[in-house]
Design a protein around this ligand. Structure first.
Ligand SMILES: Cc1ncc(COP(=O)(O)O)c(C=O)c1O
Length: 361
């Protein structure tokens, strides 16, 4: 079924209020948002409207029972000024994987892509052109059924808003390896971008931040021995010239779009990449042998962020100066250039928003 999207434009843009040379992450919201409602087994009332509040019934089931998920991707302007979105179909696919795990409805590809194209076309002035800045795109879905009682909801809202953003981390991050708390376990929801995963990580992350760390580095939920991911990023190690990153086979970590991009770029550059279990012992041994050359996180918001140090069982392990880390800097440079249309997109990752998308309804 095709889904018609109606458009109601803002009477007056707020863009003049934004200082594009100083963009904190996630604080400013573009003029419009996309919204659609699910009922009677399909998506209805798809529309782009002025960005604004939702009103919620107190029994809105997502608030009580957690059927809520989100996605995150970015748009930039290519050197000719055309808006490009990085790998949106991978985010669309992951959104539907998350939705399926949470017994929520999936979003048809045409609805997702049309909504994206129209929204970006309408708010294209909000795409920053300053270095390291981009338009962050936040699709999300939640159960809207007005019902108390635990069962799969029949009503949902899907929405997309966008935010002009600057860099997420501005210096190498210090991470705390959590021995006490667990983010995910096999059979759980670790691979889904479920809102609840982030709620559950708040308190452990806050504890680490009170101790002076930026983020948690999670270990596996069974052995508390194998690295998983960082709160906001997938993790990579460079051990003796080889890139190592935890595998997706247990279903406990997010299948990051940036992770996949880094793997494919690294292989294209001729590096060996291993997706496998990587234990704390292995990394600490490599550290003592002088073979731990690099650790970095990667994600849409943070792109590729070097780890400055990690903390485990009372010890701080300092990593080499980030500027001297050849592999990750090379990959970061190439990824950043591809995302902004400045390097050849050999994998066909960028989606160019088609010129002339009809938004005048
Ligand atoms: C827990 C977690 N892991 C990894 C990532 C990186 O995923 P992606 O590269 O798709 O943004 C994110 C951010 O989205 C995240 O929240």
């Amino acid at each position: 079924m095709s889904h018609k999207i109606t458009v109601e434009k803002v009477a007056k843009s707020r863009i003049g209020e934004i200082d594009f040379t100083n963009l904190p992450f996630g604080k400013y919201f573009s003029d419009h948002m996309f919204v659609a409602d699910y009922y009677d087994g399909d998506w209805h009332d798809a529309k782009i409207i002025p960005f604004g509040d939702f009103t919620l019934h107190p029994a809105t089931s997502a608030i009580h029972y957690g059927q809520a998920l989100f996605e995150g991707m970015k748009a930039e302007l290519d050197p000719d000024g055309n808006p490009i979105v990085f790998r949106p179909l991978k985010n669309w696919n992951r959104l539907n994987i998350s939705a399926t795990r949470l017994a929520m409805p999936t979003i048809p590809e045409d609805l997702f892509m049309n909504a994206l194209d129209k929204l970006i076309t309408l708010d294209r002035q909000w795409i920053p052109s300053e270095p390291l800045s981009s338009l962050y795109i936040r699709p999300f879905m939640f159960a809207t059924e007005k019902y108390v009682g635990i069962r799969v909801a029949e009503h949902y809202k899907f929405a997309i808003f966008t935010c002009p953003v600057g860099a997420y981390y501005t210096k190498p991050v210090k991470v705390f390896v959590s021995e006490k708390y667990v983010r995910a376990a096999p059979g759980g929801v670790g691979y889904a971008k479920a809102a609840g995963n982030y709620g559950a990580a708040m308190m452990p992350t806050q504890e680490a931040q009170k101790m002076g760390f930026d983020q948690l580095l999670w270990l596996d939920g069974i052995h508390h021995k194998y690295f998983q991911e960082i709160g906001t990023m997938n993790i990579f190690f460079v051990i003796d010239g080889v890139l190592v990153t935890p595998g997706l086979d247990q279903g406990t970590i997010l299948d990051g779009v940036t992770r996949d991009s880094v793997i494919r770029l690294a292989e294209d550059e001729g590096y060996i990449v291993q997706e496998r279990d990587v234990s704390v012992d292995e990394v600490i041994n490599a550290y003592h042998e002088g073979k731990l050359e690099d650790m970095f996180g990667c994600g849409t918001a943070a792109v590729l962020s070097h780890i400055g140090a990690f903390h485990y069982k009372g010890e701080d392990y300092e990593l080499p100066n980030w500027e001297e880390r050849e592999i990750s800097n090379k990959l970061k440079k190439r990824l950043t250039a591809i995302k902004s249309g400045k390097a050849e997109d050999i994998f066909g990752w960028n989606h160019t928003v088609p010129v002339g998308v009809y938004v005048n309804q």
